[in-house]
Design a protein around this ligand. Sequence first.
Ligand code: CAA
Length: 283
Amino acid sequence: MEIKKVGVVGCGLMGRGIAEVSARAGHDVVVSEINQELLDKGLAAINASLTTAVGRGKATEADKAAALGRIKGTIETGNFKDCDLVVEAAVENLELKKKVFADLDKICPEHAILASNSSCLSILDMAMMTKKPDKVLGMHFFNPVPVMRGLELVKTILTSDETLKAADSFGKSIGKTVFTAQDAPGFITNRLFIPFALDAIRLLEAGFATKEDIDQAIVLGLNHPMGPLTLSDYVGLDTTYFIAEAMYEEFKDPRYAPPPLLKKMVTAGQFGRKSGKGFYDYK
Ligand code: CAA
């Protein structure tokens, strides 16, 4: 099945990136938000990202205009009625996501593939809200979506090979290299990243090294683009905590248990880059 028209639920950080890369690759896109204010904010961010792409020589002014012309913003979920693929990128709340999937199942055409961008929640739980769970999978994108090269597909025990194949072709069509994980909290990437980040936080908490030295050891010693504390701030400490909790809940492995320092920072509203303060100051 060829995916031509793409729907994206949510025009926050991830949703707008997914909408942008899809439109840049030539797909028609419908992207939704829960109100006009959030939608306008998301669409303005897409415009700004495309301007950056032009400034960096990654796109021309004509590419930018064409991509913007392919994106339709909406606050009506009914506008997903002729989409071949809908990617849900709403907030990480399973009950909310289950409702989105139940609604999409009623609105979208029979052939449509429904995907979730969740980084840790059960894709199967969402699939079971639909009449065609074989057409449901995870499509886990990475921030910043226009720059990151990978796309993690998540296969439940009910996802069909045909669905996986169509999602794989779509991923390639938007310039991503695709890899596939099983449906278990954290998938591949966070199953490895989260214990790594939590261990970095534990080292800091134990006074073993400074935050700068921990990050520099990984950037300069292992050639990662960001150290684990900087990356946790970038992902969001609330998100890091949420994923760790979901993984600990499922596996009961103490490696995934959020360290007290992370919990305290989240309680104090120190969410990292998005709140202006995390391990580092962003004000
Ligand atoms: N559109 C297209 N291209 C763009 C762009 C845009 N809007 N903005 C920047 N670029 C391009 C730049 O031109 C540059 O390209 P070249 O390498 O060809 O020159 C490239 O993207 C990098 O841009 P910058 O030079 O501005 O940025 P940088 O080199 O300082 O890197 C970074 C910034 C990409 C964020 C890098 O630090 C990095 O990769 N960090 C790690 C990010 C990461 O791990 N993200 C995943 C988080 S986990 C997640 O999202 C999911 C989860 O489950 C929690």
